[in-house]
Design a protein around this ligand. Structure first.
Ligand SMILES: Nc1ncnc2c1ncn2[C@@H]1O[C@H](COP(=O)(O)OP(=O)(O)O)[C@@H](O)[C@H]1O
Ligand SMILES: [Mg+2]
Length: 371
């Protein structure tokens, strides 16, 4: 499966753009602010009907224009299909497949599997734990619908337990037994989520480690650690933990125990990547995490996802660059889009080494063309 052509109208700094793409490696180069990431953003719209950068749709419409359209001609096993995502200010967003509008945007999501590696992804290492939980949740729910159901139920019950704590404070009373009713309802969902996270990390670790080791020359041993306040996944243990923190929760008006406080700890050779890792090491760590995500998605979808790489080559040494190029060439079967400020650098990384179809696109002030 690949995107054979892309057509944009009033999308960010592109008034109008048409590009013929290759099924292999598409290299997009140009100076800062030229519009490289905007092309990746458009591809992200085709897959997920939303922006790569989390912008809202209005911000994506070209300044002064009333709408945007992103169209992609997608080839799947010799069958070609047109996917269109458009947004009209004041009217909203639509997805059309071969000109036919879908009833719900969510019907489309998942049919064009895509993984993006972005400069901001190191937030996964340096940012708050919520980002790491989101990463885990996204990966697990991709193949386990029941996981998502547990998460939704858990979040709903947690909000109710917290509301109960606030209600006690507002009324100046406290009733342990009433709180225990919420605890008993939370536990089955919390237990299922804890178990799924534990199992997932055990499966994910070797895939991740294998990519990391392929990229680095040194004998660095990377690891992922699941960190939870829950140390024993039994009903009794969960209930005991709630009991222990009852007074704390009562005064903080917040449930301090549970899987909503979980974290993932990233290490290289027993050292925290956040505190001790160089920028290059952090970047390598994230690239290996994302490549492992790519492989899992491929197994689940039974087809090779599209891979977007935005400015990933900065701050990586020659060896790592050449290893990554090797992985892209030999192990990633899906279509790849890479951006970089330097054509020469991309050429050096890919052109001589790859046997896959490769094309270069130069981007300047809202115009892009294939060399
Ligand atoms: N809605 C929009 N309308 C017009 N221009 C936009 C819009 N959104 C972003 N841009 C412009 O796009 C440019 C950034 O493009 P981007 O793809 O991020 O550059 P880069 O090549 O560095 O990746 C900026 O000049 C910005 O002003
Ligand atoms: Mg950019």
């Amino acid at each position: 499966m690949h995107i054979a052509s892309l057509e944009l109208t009033h999308f960010r700094n592109y008034t109008s753009l048409e590009l013929e793409l290759v099924s292999g490696i598409n290299c997009i180069y140009g100076s800062n602010g030229a519009g490289k990431t905007n092309i990746l953003d458009a591809l992200h719209y085709l897959a997920f009907t939303r922006s790569l950068r989390g912008s809202n749709d209005k911000q994506v419409v070209e300044e002064g224009a009333p709408f945007f359209v992103v169209k992609g001609q997608v080839t799947k096993e010799n069958i070609s299909e047109e996917i269109q995502c458009n947004f009209v200010k004041g009217k909203g967003k639509k997805v059309l497949v071969d000109q036919k509008p879908l009833k719900k945007l969510s019907e489309h999501i998942g049919s064009l599997p895509l993984v993006a590696i972005l400069p901001g992804d190191t937030d996964l290492i340096n940012g708050p734990s919520a980002g790491r939980r989101r990463f885990l949740d996204m990966l697990i729910s991709q193949y386990s619908p029941s996981y998502l159901t547990h998460l939704i139920q858990y979040d709903r019950l947690l909000a109710q337990r917290n509301a109960q704590l606030k209600l006690f404070a507002a009324h100046g009373n406290f009733d342990s037994e009433q709180l225990e009713l919420w605890d008993a309802q939370l536990v089955p969902h919390g237990k299922a989520i804890f178990q799924a996270r534990t199992d997932f990390i055990a499966d994910f670790q070797p895939i991740f480690e294998q990519y990391f080791k392929k990229i680095v020359a040194q004998q660095e041993v990377p690891s992922l650690h699941y960190h939870s306040q829950i140390t024993e996944n039994t009903i009794d243990h969960w209930l005991a933990r709630y009991k222990e923190s009852e007074q704390k929760d009562r005064y903080n008006l917040y449930t301090s125990v549970g899987i909503h406080r979980d974290d993932l700890r990233f290490k290289i050779d027993k050292h925290s990547v956040k505190d001790f890792g160089s920028q290059g090491q952090q970047k390598t760590f994230v690239i290996a995490l994302k490549l492992a995500q790519y492989q899992l998605l491929q197994q689940q979808k039974l087809q090779a996802p599209i891979l977007l790489l935005d400015d990933v080559f900065d701050k990586l040494d020659e060896h790592r660059l050449s290893q990554i190029a090797h992985i892209f060439d030999r192990e990633i079967e899906g279509q790849i889009f890479v951006t970089d400020t330097s054509r020469d650098r991309m050429e050096a990384i890919f052109a001589q080494k790859t046997s896959r179809p490769i094309a270069f696109f130069s981007v300047q002030d809202g115009e892009a063309s294939r060399d």
